[in-house]
Design a protein around this ligand. Structure first.
Ligand SMILES: Nc1nc2c(c(=O)[nH]1)N[C@H]1C(S)=C(S)[C@@H](COP(=O)(O)O)O[C@H]1N2
Ligand SMILES: [Mo]
Length: 320
């Protein structure tokens, strides 16, 4: 088997990508919808060295989210400073995450829907409107970044899934494969990673189901091949490498809520005035800069989402 070496800057000596992985990635691209058509493919080894394959053509940037008011975080930094506990509890998991095979990938849609089904990711993408959006991301650990995502609105997936009127929440689940993900052998964590939102939050235009960033397919470390991004909530809500989307009448209990319910709640809307039990949320460190900036309520997305919580701003519930 040929071993493709990745650049050293984000690669522990032990981490290599076996040929079938990048072959599979090329297949996904070739099989994809128009928006996922393959870019010119000279020198596959050279291409692999550069990281994820590019989108061609690039989905159009949504003009409403063309400027996050802050510089886009450098791709190399974003792809090498990650929270992805499946691959370890440090920020340096990008090498380990390369072992995840992201093609073939399918997503189970189940629960309170007109028809439960399992859909191949490439088929789902044919039905979804892809676009680029530049979003700010605020981790509960008080750092932030700015990412040019490629994806489709969660609202489009909800419409496609045809939930029953009894569905009140959407629950997301990450893959479970302890052979590939060493963190999942740490049995004190409640694997698989789970997150959830209300059906009203899911129908809001902001939540993005992400399949790419920086004009390329997603780096594994960022949650390939399909992750959620909820820009007004703390980062732990933005679940990675999703294999299951369930519609339910019961409030999902997230991975972190299950583990440490007194620190990480269901709502987790960004609010500088509500401290984490162990630290302030007033400011955030902007990754890739020396700056520490004030944190903004709803991470600055209040105009789009504050109405979802009207009348519930007092007290702690929706901030936690
Ligand atoms: N499955 C899974 N999803 C996850 C996490 C995780 O550990 N596992 N970490 C979360 C946290 S705390 C953050 S801040 C973001 C980090 O996304 P990034 O690595 O792309 O910056 O992913 C979130 N989604
Ligand atoms: Mo986070």
């Amino acid at each position: 088997m040929h071993i493709i070496r990745r650049p050293d800057w984000h690669l522990p000596e032990s981490a290599v990508t076996p040929e079938p992985v990048w072959r599979a990635r090329r297949r996904l691209l070739a099989a994809g919808a128009g928006a996922l058509a393959m870019a010119a493919l000279p020198g596959t080894a050279a291409r692999a060295e550069e990281g994820p394959a590019p989108f061609s053509p690039l989905p159009a940037r949504n003009p409403d989210f063309a400027d996050a008011g802050r510089a886009v975080t450098e791709e190399r930094l974003n792809a090498s400073y990650n929270n992805f506990y499946e691959f370890g509890s440090s920020k340096a998991i990008s090498g380990a995450a390369r072992r995840l095979v992201t093609d073939p990938w399918s997503v189970r849609i189940d629960g309170l829907v007109a028809r439960e089904r399992t859909v191949a990711l490439e088929d789902l993408l044919k039905a979804m409107p892809l676009e680029e959006r530049i979003y700010r991301h605020r981790c509960v650990e008080a750092w932030s970044m700015v990412v040019p995502w490629i994806g489709f609105p969660l609202a489009a997936l909800v419409a496609w899934a045809e939930p029953l009127s009894s569905a009140r929440f959407v629950r997301f689940e990450t893959f479970l494969d302890p052979d590939v993900a060493p963190g999942q052998r740490q049995h004190w964590y409640p694997w698989p990673y789970v997150e959830g939102v209300t059906i009203e939050e899911a129908a809001n235009p902001l939540p993005l189901m992400v399949v790419g960033a920086y004009g390329k397919m997603l780096h594994n470390a960022m949650g390939a091949p399909l992750r959620l991004h909820l820009p007004w909530k703390y980062g732990f809500k933005s679940i990675k490498s999703i294999v299951r989307v369930s519609f339910t009448d019961t409030r999902p209990v997230g991975f972190w809520e299950e583990l440490q319910g007194n620190e990480y709640g269901f709502w987790a809307n960004v609010n500088p005035d509500v401290p984490h039990p162990r630290w302030s949320q007033r400011t955030e460190r902007v990754l890739g800069t020396d700056e520490v900036v004030p944190t903004v309520i709803y991470n600055g997305y209040g105009p789009q989402v504050a109405h979802l919580y009207r009348g519930r701003e007092e007290g702690r519930e929706i901030w936690f």
